[in-house]
Design a protein around this ligand. Structure first.
Ligand code: AMP
Length: 482
């Protein structure tokens, strides 16, 4: 399959060649033709699948085929949950439209609105926006959405998680009813389906799995450690393992800052990325991390969401996320083709309920270990209810939603918590290696770990019949709204 055979114009093909893409990704192959036919699309895809080009390329073609009004009104709106994602999509729009007469801009909060207002006044065909700033500028009468022909809701599940549903509904009411709607989401919860049903017309369902997933294996490790010792343990893991690129997740912006400062003090070049950082600082941190000058990026979930970071060898959960699904997203950042990635979680006494929530979501037991020299002062509380186990010994395949949500029990899964020393194993941590202390027959959890696709694990996909696998503890994460 070639881009040309998808029906894209020469100007777009030129831009695609310049980007170095040789063939369309599966989501592009599936989404571009129906979008060009002006159909509504409900797509199950996440960052890493090439979804952005999947909607931007046909959008550019459609917009450039019709006559331009003199004063360019906004004809296409791309809504995204975070600033980073908005900025990334805008970059792509600019690159793909290089050989077309199409104007675009991006608006998001946290930065001075004046340059954004100036860009809007000059007239734009495509507007990339986060919901908050969009409504803010709309309320100031700085923009109109009355001419929008194409709407894209990107990472729709995340927008709902972040509490943007009301804003989205308000924005939908500002646009003409007759328009093309494209909705992209990693998961399809009841809320997403309800939202889609409220404004889409006979959408075509499109599903894609991320690239680079086939040969990947994510080894999950969970260390039970007292909270005050976490920084020291992280430092040890990174230094002794000689890890060069590590993404660390914290639950809060404050924790991200504190950890980043401490790591830097300990001689590990680190930067934090979260919603309180200026856009410039966020961009700089991301660049440094990608080009290798920053060894560790400490991020909150929201800041990391949607970032185009290549798959990494090491992801550390300094704190477990409050929302179990975020764990799956986090560990989906690791695992490289042909090599196993490692997702390490540091779990203090008060976080064991979160472990249970994750186990329930994964339908898989996580093997909790103790690092020598970092023995916790208390044993973890027993789970209130056991995650369901299936009799099958198959690995969970997180790449496909399919019926039943694509999640299966590990079967021969991790060691039971009540074996041996309260279900915990000791390791000496040399180079991240593990040693069993008691010969309890514990197994590495990694063999049954989800592969490097985060989102697919949670979704039944638009065509699946499970309605997604979101756990009951998913709650709006408004604290980090961008
Ligand atoms: P996305 O999922 O849209 O965030 O894209 C993930 C990455 O894949 C980005 O770095 C894109 O530039 C890249 N990409 C998108 N489409 C293709 C393609 N057809 N071939 C190679 N890389 C691509």
């Amino acid at each position: 399959m070639s881009f040309k055979s998808l029906g894209l114009s020469d100007s777009l093909l030129h831009a695609i060649t310049k980007k170095g893409y040789t063939e369309p990704s599966p989501i592009q192959t599936k989404a571009i033709p129906p979008i060009l036919e002006r159909k509504d699309i409900l797509a199950s895809a996440q960052t890493g699948t090439g979804k952005t080009a999947g909607f931007v390329l046909p959008m550019l073609q459609i917009l450039s085929e019709s006559k331009q009004a003199k004063r360019r009104p906004v004809r296409a709106l791309i809504l995204t949950p975070t600033r980073e994602l908005a900025a990334q999509i805008y970059e792509n729009v600019k690159e793909y439209s290089e050989f077309l007469s199409i104007e675009s801009t991006v608006i998001f909060g946290g930065v001075n609105q004046n340059p954004q207002v100036r860009a809007l006044r000059n007239g734009v065909d495509i507007l990339v926006a986060t919901p908050g700033r969009l409504l803010d500028l709309y309320n100031q009468r700085m923009l109109s959405l009355s001419q929008v022909e194409i709407l894209v809701l990107d990472e729709a599940d995340r927008m709902l998680d972040m509490g943007f549903l009301r804003d989205i509904k308000k924005i939908l009411a500002l646009m003409p009813a007759r328009r093309q709607n494209l909705l992209f989401s990693a998961t399809f919860s009841t809320e997403i389906k309800q939202l889609a049903g409220s404004f889409m017309t006979d959408p075509i369902l499109v599903e894609a799995t991320p690239k680079n997933t086939a040969a990947e294996l994510v080894i999950q490790k969970v260390y039970h450690v007292d909270k005050p010792k976490k920084t020291s343990l992280v430092t040890k893991l990174i230094s002794q393992g000689n890890w060069s690129q590590v993404l660390i997740f914290t639950r809060t912006k404050h924790a991200a800052n504190k950890l980043s400062e401490k790591l830097t003090k300990n001689g590990i070049a680190s930067l934090a990325i979260h919603g309180n950082k200026s856009q410039g600082a966020r961009t700089k941190a991301l660049e440094g991390f990608k080009n290798g000058t920053t060894r560790v990026l400490v991020a909150t979930d929201i800041a990391a969401r949607g970032l185009d970071i290549p798959l990494l060898p090491h992801v550390i959960n300094f704190e477990l996320p409050n929302v179990s699904e975020d764990y799956v997203h986090r560990i989906g950042r690791t695992g490289r083709a042909g090599a196993s990635g490692e997702a390490i979680s540091l779990v203090s006494h008060d976080e064991h309920d979160l472990v249970h929530g994750i186990e329930k979501l994964l339908r898989q037991k996580l093997d909790i270990e103790i690092m020598e020299g970092y023995e916790p002062s208390a044993t973890p509380p027993a789970p209130k209810d056991e995650p369901r186990r299936s009799s099958g010994g198959r690995k969970p395949d997180f790449r496909k939603g399919g019926s039943g949500g694509g999640q299966r029990s590990a079967g021969q899964g991790g060691q039971r918590r009540n074996e041996g020393q309260g279900g915990q194993r000791r390791t000496d941590g040399q180079g991240g290696g593990q040693r069993k202390s008691g010969g309890t027959g514990g197994q590495r959890s990694g063999g049954n770990a989800p592969r490097g696709n985060s989102g697919g694990s949670r979704s039944g996909g638009p065509r699946g019949n499970s309605g997604g696998q979101r756990s009951g503890n998913s709650r709006p994460n408004k604290g980090n709204r961008d």
